[in-house]
Design a protein. Structure first.
Length: 134
């Protein structure tokens, strides 16, 4: 049941993107997206699927590194990892996080973190079930 709900959420989200980009109705997008995936896999095979997943992962990692470098090294406000650390310490003094050690954003001792690790990490199906309810 969870897989059906997650699949429906992914299809609805994907069709919403297609709707906003092209103007295609959302219901049509829900039918066209799986057809496109099936045709792509049929003609390209699973090898093509793995290849495109690899290429997309590399592209996403490059984009993440560019944004991280821009934020941590060249940004006028932050400029360095030390400045980011100082900004997070100052922010935790102004707006402490309830349940974290000393209200810090930079702690490994938090109640929510323990709950996350204790429930989500060992049980992936529970993670999908709980996140689909949010």
């Amino acid at each position: 049941m969870t897989n059906i709900l997650v699949t429906a959420m992914l299809l609805t989200g994907g069709s919403a993107v297609v709707t906003s980009l092209t103007g295609v109705p959302t219901a049509a997008g829900c039918f066209l997206l799986p057809i496109g995936v099936v045709l792509y896999t049929m003609f390209g095979g699973i090898k093509a699927t793995f290849l495109t997943d690899y290429v997309h992962t590399v592209m996403i990692l490059i984009i993440i590194f560019i944004f991280a470098f821009t934020a941590y090294a060249t940004n006028e406000i932050l400029g360095s990892p030390g400045a980011v650390y100082d900004a997070l310490v100052e922010a935790s003094k102004r707006h402490p996080v309830a349940g974290n050690a000393e209200g810090s954003y930079l702690t490994m001792q938090s109640r929510e973190g323990a709950i996350f690790f204790g429930m989500y990490v060992p049980f992936p199906s529970l993670r999908i079930s709980l996140t689909s309810l949010e």
